[in-house]
Ligand binder design. Sequence first.
Ligand code: B4P
Length: 186
Amino acid sequence: MLIVGPAGSGKGTQSKKISQDLGIVAISTGDIFRVNIKEQTDLGREAQQYVDAGDLVPDSVTNRMVEDRLTWEDAANGFLLDGYPRNRTQVAALDEMLERLEVSLDVVLELTADREELIARLKKRAEIEGREDDADEAAIRRRLEIFESETAPMIAEYESRGLVQRVDGLGPVDEVNARIMEALKA
Ligand code: B4P
């Protein structure tokens, strides 16, 4: 399963809940980058400037990282990818990875929310968690722009494959989660 949506739409929040409910591992490319940046690994040093600016980390780096992560034992019984793929190049890479793993994609869950709500949520999180990319207005704008220019066309591609379930991400977390569970039943 994939979970997609603009920054602040609730991807990370909901993927943790879905992972618990369905007993499958949630893999967040954003979280992996943040851990590596904190620990200043080679990957973290490579990714930091892009994450802080709200740009996508280069596809070659991101694809390699996901390909490696999908070979871990905890992904053998199914997985949820949060924040990956984010553009068409990553879709093509993921298609190849899934083919090699002999896994087929069941659903692409798209969370939606209006721009004002997205910005309000990210600013609130900046106060609570102090993420650099939430604290910087230019980085927030950049993330939302990239969603429109690169990720939305990618979602359209999955839509043409009949895989997209769109869920309204507005409202309390538990309400959104209930909507997601309903959509997944369908
Ligand atoms: P991500 O970690 O994916 O960051 P995000 O888009 O902001 O989503 P996140 O999951 O953190 O937030 P959520 O909407 O759950 O990416 C960060 C950066 O990593 C990218 O900019 C890029 O540089 C890099 N990156 C990641 N993946 C990449 C890829 N595939 N290719 C290249 N680069 C990549 O939640 C936001 C806030 O809203 C939270 O504070 C939450 O508490 C709140 N919230 C959630 N649901 C709510 C609700 N219903 N009501 C109120 N608040 C809610």
